[in-house]
Design a protein around this ligand. Structure first.
Ligand SMILES: [Zn+2]
Length: 469
């Protein structure tokens, strides 16, 4: 008997974690953090059942924090088994997990000092979930596994990673589980799936068969605005800014989004749609990620391979300025436009974008291009929603700069892409299908779509529900 129990991303998009129990082993697929909700601290724990089961192996689909963010917690509690993931996912997880630990450590330090001043005691949730040492230990356990190379995970289970096209090193996980009766069952976790034609990445390569499928449904209810339309709008904004000697700021998540924006800027410069104006990559984390991209060029799609092999990309981005130190970042304030700044965080909640907002939000010639998802409550969301004034680090700023929201840059497959991916997996027999990693409306819409097109009755599991296969 095989069971799967989701411990996150069931009717929501964060906290991905699946406990897979076979006849003789226990495997955890992803162990991600819950993000974006005030109750997250209470949920970012190791569920009792995972505690009680001796986990034999972990399989990680990709490096986003909502997929790997609870792993150091597991290691802190004594896990010493292998964590199978692709080499690029390991390298990006190193940047992401160390950053997460660093933020938690400094938050804790700040709270500790404040409590000391007020003579108060810290409560349990004020403690950092884990620290840098836990992350280092977690990284040491990672076993780098190439795509399409069957690898033994436990005595009755092996894994094959397929490119998921969502992030560098991202994978769809195919588990091949040998049952006591000698049969083999193929259990596939889609992981997060990318859209086709995402910069640098290859398109998702679905496995050709599954007996059981756990499919993401982030955008199960809609398709994105087309990339072509989005790029046209992007170009228009840049030209307007250049003509007026304006400044363009792009709040961007350091890994994936920042490189994607650089790719599109390189293309516009190459095609001479915009001049080669200064582009400040104002994010130490994004700069580190650029180096990981360079190390894993073998994963690029054909177009990016060609562009990077012949040095074309470096030539296109000859005006790129890497800002590693805080001093270098501050110097941007002295520069005159036109120029472009890519800085974190993507939702304007922290990081260097904050000082650019403070200094430029009241400047009518400045442009802020919001290219990613903005969670409710974030400053980015308030700007997108048209706030006329906002507070930044306790200072009031009137929003006079132009705020643009570009909707077509998502790293997630839209509904049509998800359905197409499903069709390929189901071509050799309809799998038992579970939909996760989507808000309730999104996964319900995808369920209806799959039912309509393929007459499949997909199931929508709840948190900690035992799915007996
Ligand atoms: Zn992801």
């Amino acid at each position: 008997m095989i069971t799967i129990t989701p411990y996150g991303a069931a009717g929501e998009v964060t906290g991905s974690a699946y406990l897979v129990e076979t006849g003789s082993s226990t495997i955890l697929v992803d162990f991600g953090m819950f993000q974006g909700d005030k109750d997250d601290d209470a949920r970012n724990v190791i569920p009792g059942r995972i505690h009680r089961m001796d986990i034999d192996a972990v399989v990680l689909t990709h490096a986003h924090l909502d997929h790997c963010g609870r792993l150091p917690l597991l290691v802190r509690e004594g896990y010493r088994g292998p964590i199978f993931t692709t080499p690029a996912a390991r390298d990006l997880a190193e940047i992401i997990l160390l950053d997460a630990a660093h933020i938690m450590e400094s938050d804790f330090e700040r709270r500790r000092r404040r409590s000391e001043q007020r003579g108060r005691k810290l409560n349990r949730y004020d403690q950092p979930l884990y620290d840098t040492d836990d992350v280092t230990q977690t990284l040491d356990l990672m076993e780098e596994t190439e795509y399409n190379a069957p690898t033994r995970v436990t005595k009755d289970c092996s894994v094959i990673f397929h490119d998921a096209g969502h992030m560098l090193g991202s994978a769809t996980v195919e588990l091949r589980i040998e049952e006591d009766n000698g049969n083999e069952r193929i259990v596939v976790f889609s992981g997060d799936l990318g859209p086709p034609n995402f910069p640098y990445l290859r398109d998702p390569e679905p496995p050709s068969k599954a007996d059981v499928l756990v499919l993401e449904s982030t955008y199960g209810d809609r398709d994105h605005k087309s990339l072509d339309d989005t790029l046209e709008e992007f170009e228009r904004i840049l030209i307007e800014a250049v003509d007026a000697n304006g400044k363009v700021f792009i709040p961007a998540f350091a890994i994936g989004r920042a490189q994607q924006m650089m790719f599109h800027l390189a293309e516009l410069i190459r095609k001479q749609r915009i001049p080669s104006l200064p582009i400040f990559l104002d994010s130490p984390m994004a700069i580190k990620a650029v180096n990981v991209y360079r190390m894993h060029r073998d994963l690029f799609d054909a177009e990016s391979t060609k562009l990077s092999e012949h040095g074309q990309m470096d030539h296109d981005l000859r005006s790129l300025v890497l800002c590693t130190t805080a001093q270098e970042s501050k110097q941007i304030n002295e520069a005159t436009g036109p120029f472009i700044v890519i800085a974190g965080s993507g939702m304007c909640t922290a990081g260097r974008i904050m000082h650019h907002l403070r200094n430029n939000l009241e400047d009518q010639r400045s442009h802020f291009i919001i290219a990613g998802y903005q969670a409710r409550g974030s400053l980015g969301r308030r700007l997108v929603d048209g706030a006329s004034e906002v507070m930044i680090h306790g200072e009031r700023r009137f929003v006079k700069a132009k705020i643009h929201t570009l909707g077509g840059f998502s790293a997630h497959a839209g509904q049509t892409d998800l359905v197409g991916w499903y069709a390929k997996v189901a071509a050799n027999g309809t799998p038992l299908t579970f939909l996760t990693h989507g808000e309730q409306e999104a996964r319900t819409a995808l369920k209806d779509k799959l039912s309509e097109l393929y007459n499949v009755n997909a199931y929508l599991p709840a948190y900690s529900e035992h799915l007996v296969l």
